[in-house]
Design a binder for this molecule. Sequence first.
Ligand SMILES: Nc1nc2c(ncn2[C@@H]2O[C@H](COP(=O)(O)OP(=O)(O)OP(=O)(O)O)[C@@H](O)[C@H]2O)c(=O)[nH]1
Ligand SMILES: [Mg+2]
Length: 323
Amino acid sequence: MNFVDQVELTLISGKGGAGLIHFQREKYRPNGGPDGGDGGRGGSIIIKTDTNKQTLAHLTALHRIKAANGANGQTDLKSGKSATDINILVPLGTEIIQNGETVKDLSKLEEFTIVKGGRGGKGNWHFKSATNQAPRKAEPGEEGQKAIFTFKLKLIADIGLVGQPNAGKSSLLNALTRASSRVAAYPFTTLEPHLGVVKRDEWERVIADIPGIIEGAANGKGLGHDFLAHIERTSLLLICIAADSESPQQDYKVIERELGDYSPQLLTKPQLLLVTKADLLSQAKLKSLSKQFKTSFQKEPLTTSSVTNEGLKELINQLQKLV
Ligand SMILES: Nc1nc2c(ncn2[C@@H]2O[C@H](COP(=O)(O)OP(=O)(O)OP(=O)(O)O)[C@@H](O)[C@H]2O)c(=O)[nH]1
Ligand SMILES: [Mg+2]
């Protein structure tokens, strides 16, 4: 498993281009005025959150990233070209640390300039005045910035998807958000947490899809154990039980037990019980399944299908109320 959650990077922004000292040279005007252009802006480095990124693995090999310098000013009042900014894409939940202090916590879809490109210097035409018609002065470009940053991935989700392998968690994440978590018809498809953002109007929350939980997970069995720590920080658990499971109630018991064994605190978290893959059962069977859950656990499940989208609106309604 390759779940990179910490990377150190040296980031360097570009220096601004120098302003030019130059004078117009036209055939019939021997003493043309100053026409030295301004230097271009140096490139900045910008950090952007992207829901298609799930880890920091794409940054591990880089170590040092430098944006280009701005070009120097040119004749004829032409400014030098500004350098292109560099965008670094990071997953939601990336924390950026410099000298042990948090510079930025990127927990929503946002971007921020981490090292700013230097300003271009002014060309000599700026310095022309009544007393100085031929300034022999221009500014150098401003220096870029250089610093070492630690990027740390903290999974910060408001809602955690929990369930046995193959319960349809990733499919649900994909149906509710723009995430593209891998889906396949076998257990342990998801090997590392995936995040997505569920949105409705102004309301948006981060959902985490974690590897499936099996019996013994709390003691280290399977993959889910490593990630139970992450869902400790969520404020609601969406417990997924597959409608076509041979023993839905047993599935639920296993999840409850593993959560409790891992940390009794997890059991005090608000839960929403979901019967996923509802399209695989008749309405009558779904109803009787709901009844069983109500009798055994005093919990009435919502039923959803990531294939027909049945129940998804109602699910978002509930999430809006609870989170
Ligand atoms: N019919 C139907 N099949 C579904 C639905 N949701 C998921 N599936 C199928 O169930 C299988 C498992 O789906 P996943 O979303 O990968 O399940 P998971 O819980 O993320 O599985 P792990 O990552 O292995 O724990 C896939 O073959 C899906 O196509 C659904 O709503 N209806
Ligand atoms: Mg999955």
